[in-house]
Design a binder for this molecule. Structure first.
Ligand code: DGL
Length: 258
């Protein structure tokens, strides 16, 4: 790629606003980059959809981000990574950084030997997830918990309410009863619920997500490809959404600001 490509944007996408938890880490790690964030809110949630439909959305969004000049694409969605990242890499002439639930670090650090994984149904059904679990779950019990309904709260910008807490308790309390001392936030929407989850799980339970690791990986890829933005460039974020912008726009702006 030519030197002019260093100033090109990084495309980041998710089924909705969840990937903004990854974008937060990307901005911290790569302050000079220009990011284009795509919230696929018109097709959210991905979690109950078949992999083939999720992959079709990932391809359509990639086409749009490429048309906008993206030099790298971050798939800021566990569900879309599991459904599509290998096909995307095989199809397009640029690099993709995906995100996977933090099972490896969770297995390494659990002391009780029980890890709970909160994620979408589609992510938990994905082959890749099951492979990860088999490779890294040795001697540790990894309990998966699909969490339908949580994403919708985050999409509405409802990050704490009695209804949200009731749903969280339904998903988390059985894991705690089974002895989990580590909970993996395996969906990029869930880091926005971290305060509520932490309060329910209590101080003895560690919560893990992979946003910061993804940001470090994006930096490594840009360095390797000679595509890091010039330091004189001021970082910025533009966003677009397939959803109702009047509804999702204020949530995006609020999460970007926080
Ligand atoms: N944020 C997405 C993830 O990381 C998926 C949410 C959804 O659309 O179900 O898995």
């Amino acid at each position: 790629m030519s030197a002019g490509r260093t100033a090109a944007p990084i495309g980041v996408f998710d089924s909705g606003v969840g990937g903004l938890s990854v974008l937060r880490e990307l901005r911290r790690e790569l302050p000079h980059e220009h990011f284009i964030y795509y919230a696929d809110s018109g097709h959210c949630p991905y979690g109950g959809k078949p992999a083939i439909e999720i992959a079709a959305r990932a391809f359509a969004i990639t086409d749009e981000l490429l048309a906008a000049g993206a030099k790298l694409i971050v798939v800021a969605c566990n569900t879309a990574t599991i459904a599509a990242v290998e096909q995307l890499r095989a199809t397009y002439p640029l690099s993709f950084v995906g995100i996977e639930p933090a099972i490896k670090p969770a297995v390494r650090q659990t002391r009780s030997g029980v890890v709970g994984v909160l994620a979408t149904g589609a992510a938990l059904a994905g082959d890749k997830f099951l492979r990860l679990q088999a490779e890294h779950g040795d001697g540790v019990r990894v309990i998966t918990q699909p969490c339908p309904g949580l994403v919708e709260f985050v999409e509405r910008g409802e990050l704490d309410s009695p209804a949200l807490r009731a749903l969280l308790r339904r998903y988390i309390e059985p894991l705690l009863r089974d002895g989990a001392d580590t909970l993996v936030l395996g969906c990029t929407h869930y880091p926005f619920l971290r305060p509520a989850i932490a309060e329910i799980a209590g101080p003895a339970v560690t919560l893990l997500d992979t946003g910061a690791a993804v940001a470090r990986q994006a930096r490594r890829v840009l360095e390797r490809e000679g595509l890091l933005a010039p330091e004189a460039q001021a970082g910025r974020v533009d966003w677009r959404s397939s959803g109702d912008v009047a509804r999702v726009g204020p949530v995006i702006e609020r999460l970007l600001a926080g």
